[in-house]
Ligand binder design. Structure first.
Ligand code: F6P
Length: 367
């Protein structure tokens, strides 16, 4: 007989993505209306469990009208890690483990369980709290689509759609000016956004972290196109792409107990090299956070709603330490242990990469 659940907390951690509000809405509606459970929203990720006055009750009434709204009504943080929490004392920054305070806080708030919506970092922290005895259920989110054990994360489809639309726009101006247009998209360690938007948006070259690129192969492809009379080319580059034997392009290094390293700039590097090696005019666009903001598409609204409802079911059935996931057409769950620390990479010798190569898309390698 599962323990009866009366009150739960919900938080969103890490970088935002389209669909977070749709998950929150589904959690609130099903928990309150279906199971008579009180829902407490925790603001700004784990900060809301460390700092005072950062919780509020979520009701179907105050969670209305958010299904289509981007971002998260709870706020988020990709710096707050209670196991390595940055505290400033007398002007000096110290890193402290405040996890036991968080466990106490959960007790004080009388939360029978916590639903944690986040990417790898946030879910990793969630699994540590589960190991400390907290009743945790995870919901995977990220536009990068790099979380293992789920076929897809919400936010990804919208990001791919946004990037595809931007590529459509770049095509026309590229064609008018006979230019090479390079577009840099997000994707720290995996190239899903670059791959899918690149194929959908008719790119000629796609560079992803999983396939270190040879710039000569890229330039040869562009020159061949030019010789055939195609006077413009489109190159999509994931921010985490790197040349063979080369390193990631880091904009800002990681901060201990703070944010991860910020990537960015590889699009420019690639653009400069293409210009130098081919003599063709090049322009570079970095899509950045335009991919993360805005309204979720219908697919992401559906997936978010299914994840939110499934997370509440796991809580009601006391299946803690689990993360909801999508397997084929079905919603399922997996142990958080099987998720954290892993990365769902793009397969480089099968599937979409091979399909793309068969229609002539170049990945910075011979194919
Ligand atoms: O959500 C993951 C991600 O989109 C990465 O692809 C990107 O490197 C990162 O977020 C950027 O995050 P921030 O908001 O810290 O700039």
């Amino acid at each position: 007989m599962p323990r009866s659940i009366k009150k739960i907390g919900v938080l969103t951690g890490g970088g935002d993505c389209p669909g977070l509000n749709a998950v929150i809405r589904a959690i609130v509606k099903s928990a309150v209306q279906r199971h008579n459970i009180t829902v407490i929203g925790i603001e700004d990720g784990y900060d809301g469990l460390v700092l005072p006055d950062k919780t509020r009750e979520l009701t179907p009434w105050n969670s209305r009208g958010i299904l289509h709204v981007g971002g998260t009504i709870l706020g988020t943080s990709n710096r707050a890690n209670p196991f390595k929490y940055r505290i400033t004392v007398n002007g000096n920054t110290e890193i402290r483990d405040v996890s036991s305070d968080v466990v106490e806080r959960i007790k004080t708030l009388e939360l029978d369980a916590l639903i944690i919506i986040g990417g790898d970092g946030t879910l990793h922290i969630a699994s540590h709290f589960y190991n400390l005895g907290c009743s945790i259920v995870g919901v995977p989110k990220t536009i990068d689509n790099d979380i293992p054990a789920t076929d897809v994360t919400f936010g990804f489809s919208t990001a791919v759609e946004t990037a595809t639309e931007m590529l459509d726009r770049l095509h026309s101006t590229a064609e008018s000016h006979h230019r090479v247009m390079v577009m840099e998209v997000m994707g720290r360690y995996v190239g899903w956004i670059a791959l899918e938007s690149g194929i959908a948006g008719g790119a000629d070259v796609i560079l992803i972290p999983e396939i270190p690129y040879d710039i000569e192969q890229v330039c040869q492809k562009i020159i061949r196109r030019n010789q055939k009379g195609c006077r413009s080319s489109i190159v999509v580059v994931a921010e985490g792409a790197s040349p063979i034997g080369g390193a990631l392009t880091v904009l800002q290094p990681a901060v201990e107990g703070g944010s991860a390293e910020r990537l960015g700039g590889v699009g420019n590097k690639v653009g400069i090299q293409i210009r130098k090696n081919t003599g063709i005019d090049v322009r570079v666009t970095t899509l950045g956070h335009l991919q993360r903001g805005g309204s979720p598409n219908a697919f992401d609204r559906l997936l978010s709603t299914r994840f939110g409802v499934a997370a509440v079911e796991l809580v009601v059935n006391n299946q803690f330490g689990q993360m909801v996931c999508l397997k084929g057409q079905n919603i399922d769950s997996v142990s958080l242990i099987n998720v954290v620390g892993g990365q769902k990479k793009v397969p480089t010798e099968t599937g979409l990469v091979k399909t793309a190569e068969k229609i002539g898309i170049n990945f910075g390698r011979q194919s």
